[in-house]
Design a binder for this molecule. Structure first.
Ligand code: ADP
Ligand code: TRP
Length: 327
């Protein structure tokens, strides 16, 4: 039986890019046979967070988001990273067999340096903790976005260093890339990659007037509706693609290509995208409201998840301690 694991940074409200690029894979994936672990990487968040109240809220919001979108806590173990302190112990064991050079080569770290960010030690050793997250549960597969692939490869290296020194203790993981290549990059309302840091994002649970207004802002040009157009160049169509079935989508595309009297104006496309998104996430919005009204239930799910996860992490840590002579 295979074990799947992924971590989610509790950074702010999750947007459509996060959903179609990552969360959806996690949620669809946990229907598959095997064991599934999903955790909120709150220790990792502390490498940059300095606002305790905000971090607390974001951790809860992340849990609610996953549960509302359909993660079944009976099929997948959902927990907080900090509820499994064994990962920090395993991270230390890895630190003792890993050369600084490996960490210095991490793209995400070099990126931060290039942006003039003065790194703390936690940011530098981020990949050690991430490797420990993966190793602790003997994960075989790690579903991640492209940006995280190098971290999984570094995990493979660290498993190699430890196992070469002390025997076959840790399981070597593989990354799993999101399989919906077409949504590998969801665009924002300005046409760039959707990202919290670009301020062009749409929150998954946005609704009503605010959502309508956001779709109103989706960038378009000033060509008249009658002019035939290539649907691939029309930004509102990028949003319709996310929410519509194939038949309806084809129909809009055909009308755009043909132009003339029957062609939709940009306003019409935007309003259809708005409506379609409202509908798409309506059940999840309702579940989110239910969960928020019952915070004890959320805590209960996270605690139950942590207790299952911890059992596994303790076994892995104990195995490693014996192997390297610390027991
Ligand atoms: P942001 O750029 O908003 O800070 P993150 O870097 O926190 O988003 O991304 C979290 C996850 O969501 C990653 O797995 C990433 O691959 C995915 N993701 C983020 N933005 C997009 C996007 N525009 N399209 C597809 N996937 C995305
Ligand atoms: N670094 C990942 C991200 O930023 C989050 C993460 C932490 C993770 N630990 C992990 C992902 C272990 C997969 C496995 O998205």
């Amino acid at each position: 039986m295979s074990t799947y694991l992924s971590g989610i940074q509790p950074t702010g409200l999750q947007h459509l890019g996060n959903y179609f690029g990552a969360i959806k894979q996690h949620i669809d994936g946990h229907q598959e046979e095997g064991e599934h672990f999903y955790f909120i990487a709150d220790y990792h968040a502390l490498t940059t967070s300095r606002d305790p109240e905000k971090l607390r809220n974001q951790v809860q919001e992340t849990a609610v988001t996953y549960l509302a979108l359909g993660l079944d806590p009976e099929r997948a173990t959902l927990f907080r990273q900090t509820d499994v302190p064994e990962v920090t112990e395993i991270a230390w064991l890895l630190a003792c067999v890993t050369g600084m050079g490996l960490l210095e080569r991490a793209h995400s770290f070099k990126d931060k340096l290039a942006h003039g960010i003065k790194p703390n030690v936690g940011l530098f050793t981020y990949p050690l903790l991430m490797a420990a997250d993966i190793i602790a549960y003997d994960a075989n597969y790690v579903p991640v976005g492209k940006d995280q692939v190098q971290h999984v490869e570094m995990t493979q290296d660290m498993v190699g260093y430890f196992n070469n020194a002390f025997g076959e203790v840790f399981v070597r993981p593989e990354h799993l890339l999101a399989d919906q290549a077409s949504f590998a990059k969801v665009v924002g309302i300005d046409g760039d990659k959707m990202s919290k840091s670009y301020g062009n994002d749409i929150w998954i649970f946005e609704t009503g007037k605010k959502l309508k207004k956001l779709f109103g802002k989706v960038k378009t040009d000033s060509r008249p509706p009658e002019e035939p157009k290539d649907p691939a160049e029309i930004l509102p169509v990028r949003f319709l693609e996310l929410f519509l079935g194939a038949d309806e989508l084809k129909d809009w595309e055909r009308r755009l290509q043909e132009g003339g009297e029957g062609a939709p104006g940009y306003g019409e496309l935007k309003m259809r995208a708005w409506e379609a998104m409202e509908e798409y996430f309506a059940p999840a919005r309702a579940r989110r409201e239910e969960l928020l009204a019952n915070p004890d239930r959320i805590e209960e799910i996270l605690r139950a998840g942590a207790s299952r996860a911890r059992e596994r992490a303790q076994a892995t840590r104990d195995r490693a301690l014996v192997a390297c002579g610390l027991r």
